[in-house]
Design a protein around this ligand. Structure first.
Ligand SMILES: [Zn+2]
Length: 407
C-alpha cells in the first residue's frame, strides 16, 4: 500500500500546480484550471474502466460498474476547489484516495458499483455560498442561487455556461434511491489526531454552529481627564467578557467558543473606547448543549454590561444545526480502521464538509486523516505517508467487510 500512498500524494501535488495563480494554489469554482483537473482525473478514471461525466453543477463523476452488479452504488469523494493560497490536500486527497479505493475494490472483486465524486465547489470562495456541487447532487440546490455574483460581476449562471455546462440541467445531477451510502475521506484540518498520535478517525457528527454579533456601547471620552470610577469603557467590558467566554468553553466538554473579530470605536490610544462590536462563534456536536452555552454566554455579557453601565445589543446571524453521520456506516468504518490495525478513534468535525450536505439524502460517513501541525487552508498543509497508507488499509478492510455483508 505504500506505493499507492505515494501515488495519491504525488497526484495531489500534481493537481496543486493546476492553479489560477502562479506559485500559489488557488482554484475557485469552475475557474479555468478546473478544466485541467477534470482532464487529469478523467484520464485516471478511464484507466480504471470508469465511465466519466461532468454534471451541470460542474461535478466530475466517475462510475465503476462491476460486471453483473445490479445493486445500489456506493459514493466516494470530496471537493476539488480550494481557498486562496491553499494547501495541496484539503479536498483533493479525498478524491485521490477514492480512486485508490476503487482500484482496491477492483482487486477484491467487489460486486458493488462505486461512483467517485469530485465536487466542484465546497469552500464558498467565488460566490460566497459553499457546497454548490454537493447541493446539486443531494437535490437541495436552490435555483435562485444562480443569480449570485462573483467579484468580477459574473453570475453563477454565467460561470456555469462559460465552463460549457447548462445550469438548467442542474436538477438532473441529483442522486436517486439507487445509492447505498457516501464516504468522504478528508484531512482533519485540526490538531486533535496529532495531539493523540493517531493516524485516522471516524467522524461522528459535523458540529452545529451559532454566530452572534455583540455590541457593547459606553461613552467615548478623554483618556487623560476621565477618572477610572467615572468611565463607561466598552473595550474593558468586552475584554472581561472575552475572558469569560474562554473560561466557560474550557470548562464545558466539547464546546469551542471564539471571539475572533473586534471593531473598536474610535480605536485611538488616547480615547476611552465608546463602542466595541465583536463576533461570537460557538460550536458543538449536540444542539441543546450549544444552545445552552450560547444562552449562558449572552447572560454573562448582559451581567457585565449592567455592572459597567454599558448598553448591549446582540444579533444572532447563524444557527446551524449539527449534522450526525450515519451511525451504522460510521461503526462499519470504525471497525474497518480497527481491523486495519489502528485505534478506532471517533471525533466530531468542527468544520463543514460536503458529507454534511449528502447526509440529508443518503447514509454518510467520514474518515479523517491526521493533519501534521494541525495546519490547513495554508500552503504548509501536509500529510504523512503512513497516514495515507493507513487510510488505504482501512479502505481495504472496509470493502472486505462490505463484500462479506452483502454476500
Ligand atoms: Zn475541504
Amino acid at each position: 500500500m505504500r506505493d499507492r500512498a505515494l501515488r495519491a500524494i504525488a497526484e495531489c501535488q500534481r493537481i496543486a500546480a493546476m492553479s489560477e495563480e502562479q506559485g500559489r494554489i488557488t482554484r475557485r469554482f469552475l475557474t479555468p484550471p478546473t478544466h485541467e483537473v477534470h482532464a487529469h482525473l478523467r484520464r485516471r478514471m478511464q484507466s480504471l474502466s470508469m465511465t466519466v461525466q461532468v454534471d451541470a453543477a460542474g461535478n466530475l463523476r466517475g462510475l465503476w460498474q462491476p460486471e453483473g452488479a445490479a445493486g445500489k452504488r456506493l459514493l466516494l469523494g470530496s471537493h476539488i476547489d480550494t481557498v486562496p493560497d491553499a494547501g495541496a490536500y484539503d479536498g483533493v486527497l479525498g478524491v485521490m484516495l477514492a480512486l485508490e479505493w476503487v482500484e482496491i475494490a477492483q482487486e477484491l472483486h467487489l460486486s458493488i458499483p462505486i461512483e467517485v465524486l469530485a465536487f466542484s465547489e465546497e469552500e464558498g470562495v467565488r460566490f460566497g455560498v459553499p457546497f454548490i456541487g454537493s447541493r446539486a447532487i443531494a437535490d437541495c440546490f436552490d435555483p435562485p442561487l444562480l443569480a449570485l455574483i462573483d467579484a468580477d460581476g459574473l453570475t453563477l449562471d454565467a460561470a456555469i455556461r462559460n465552463f460549457g455546462l447548462d445550469p438548467e440541467q442542474i436538477a438532473k445531477a441529483a442522486i436517486g434511491a439507487d445509492v447505498l451510502g457516501m464516504i468522504e475521506v478528508h484531512i482533519e484540518q485540526g490538531p486533535v489526531l496529532e495531539a493523540e498520535d493517531l493516524a485516522l478517525a471516524a467522524v461522528t457528527a459535523i458540529a452545529g454552529q451559532t454566530r452572534v454579533v455583540l455590541e457593547f456601547a459606553g461613552q467615548a471620552n478623554h483618556a487623560g481627564t476621565t477618572p477610572m470610577h467615572l468611565r463607561r469603557d466598552a473595550l474593558a467590558g468586552a475584554a472581561e467578557w472575552i475572558a469569560a467566554v474562554e473560561s466557560f468553553a474550557q470548562s464545558t466538554g466539547g464546546i469551542v467558543a471564539t471571539v475572533g473579530k473586534l471593531d473598536v470605536t474610535p480605536n485611538a490610544s488616547n480615547v476611552i473606547a465608546g463602542t466595541v462590536s465583536m463576533s461570537l462563534d460557538v460550536r458543538h456536536a449536540h444542539d441543546p448543549t450549544r444552545a445552552t452555552a450560547v444562552e449562558a454566554l449572552l447572560e454573562q455579557a448582559n451581567a457585565i454590561a449592567a455592572r459597567r453601565n454599558l448598553a448591549l445589543q446582540c444579533t444572532r446571524q447563524l444557527d446551524q444545526p449539527a449534522v450526525p453521520m450515519d451511525e451504522k456506516l460510521t461503526t462499519f468504518l470504525a471497525e474497518a480502521i480497527e481491523a486495519a490495525g489502528f485505534p478506532s478513534k471517533r471525533m466530531t468535525s468542527g468544520a463543514g464538509h460536503d458529507a454534511m450536505v449528502l447526509a440529508a439524502r443518503v447514509p454518510t460517513a467520514m474518515l479523517f486523516l491526521r493533519s501534521p501541525g494541525g495546519i490547513s487552508h495554508h500552503p504548509a498543509e501536509t500529510v504523512r505517508e503512513e497516514d495515507v497508507e493507513a487510510a488505504l488499509l482501512a479502505g481495504r478492510e472496509f470493502f472486505a467487510r462490505l463484500a462479506a455483508k452483502i454476500q
